[in-house]
Write a protein that binds this ligand. Sequence first.
Ligand code: ASP
Length: 315
Amino acid sequence: MNIAIAIHGGAGTFRREDMTEDMAKSYHEGLSKALRAGWVLLQAGGSALDAVTAAVCVLEDDPLFNAGRGSVLTDIGTTEMDAAIMAGEHRQAGAVAGICGPRNPIRVARSVMETTPHLLLMGEGAHKVARNAGHPFESAEYFETPSRRAALQRELARRAANAPDHRSDADRHGTVGAVARDAANHLAAATSTGGITAKAAGRVGDTPIIGAGTFADDITCAVSCTGTGEVFIRYTAAAEIAARMRYKDESLEQAAEKVVAELARHGGDGGLIAIASSGNPIMPFNTSGMYRGVIGTDGKLHTAIYSEPFETADP
Ligand code: ASP
């Protein structure tokens, strides 16, 4: 079978020297759980769309990652989440921006795609779609964690003191995402995020912008990005990879490598995961690390944080 799945937990990793063994273990476990949630569906003949939804829900529920529970906070201390999903077969897509309430923003993005004539809904309109679809809601406290509150306070104090920005990537940003290929050879991508720490209330990043942070088209590839959202939007990062494959006949690897390097040249720190109609998913990044994992053509589960060799297990 040609099934495969890859996930990321964002390019907002801790500095290597700050990452304890216990912390690393928790990240590997969280990534493995998400991969398995998607893989079990693909193996049973389920769709790539269901697999990416399931994998992203696991990461949204895990407070370690910047999406759903554990999202970073805005400059006024609120949680505002963005998410998008796209199916490669007919380029159907759905997205939400700036929401706080539904436990799993990715499910709401999917409901926008499946139950409305629209693509991107924000705020109360998105909440209404979630309520109509019967998605569970949580209080604002559910989404906030002490470490995200502390990161916000550090950043606000730094700004007040006009001090230089030496924050680790973990203090700045993060995102979660999944791409998959199912037994029918259809592709899908899903991305979900709290955005960047101390972002202005109302700021929307690349995640819910189709063609920037999220994209899927069976003819070329499915892509989920993480990084400096504004740059990923200006360089239409995900769609650019697909365009290079379509018009320049580049392989997925070649196209993604060029785009990640171009982003880096323009201040776009981050990375992405991507998959095409054959071969293994790829996971390039230009930061010191990216939480990531894959179950590809060898049928083994691999997870990694930095550029070291992957940890491997049975799925
Ligand atoms: N791309 C996300 C955003 O700009 C943040 C990240 O992935 O680090 O909202």
